[in-house]
Design a protein. Structure first.
Length: 86
């Protein structure tokens, strides 16, 4: 799993209606694009730290109802899987 995979997943979840709006999708994608820069530099500590931030953002968006349960669980599992790779 890479940030590119997660970015594609967000697009698919948005298309499938599991992410409520463009604003939420864009917030998640912007955060991952920042992580992607650290991923390209092979900066494991920063990837891990920023993925924690992504998971926090994901949780907040789920709590306010902008992401469905299924979409939340899919992204959370894959994000944690990616984080563990680092």
């Amino acid at each position: 799993m890479t940030t590119e995979d997660l970015l594609k997943m967000i697009d698919q979840l948005k298309s499938d209606g599991m992410i409520a709006n463009n604003e939420t999708a864009n917030m998640l994608k912007m955060h991952l694009q920042a992580v992607q820069q650290f991923e390209r530099k092979q900066s494991a500590e920063k990837v891990f730290k920023h993925m924690d931030g992504f998971l926090d953002l994901l949780n907040r968006q789920y709590q306010v109802g902008d992401i469905s349960e299924q979409g939340y669980q899919q992204l959370k599992i894959e994000a944690k899987s990616m984080q563990q790779q680092w």
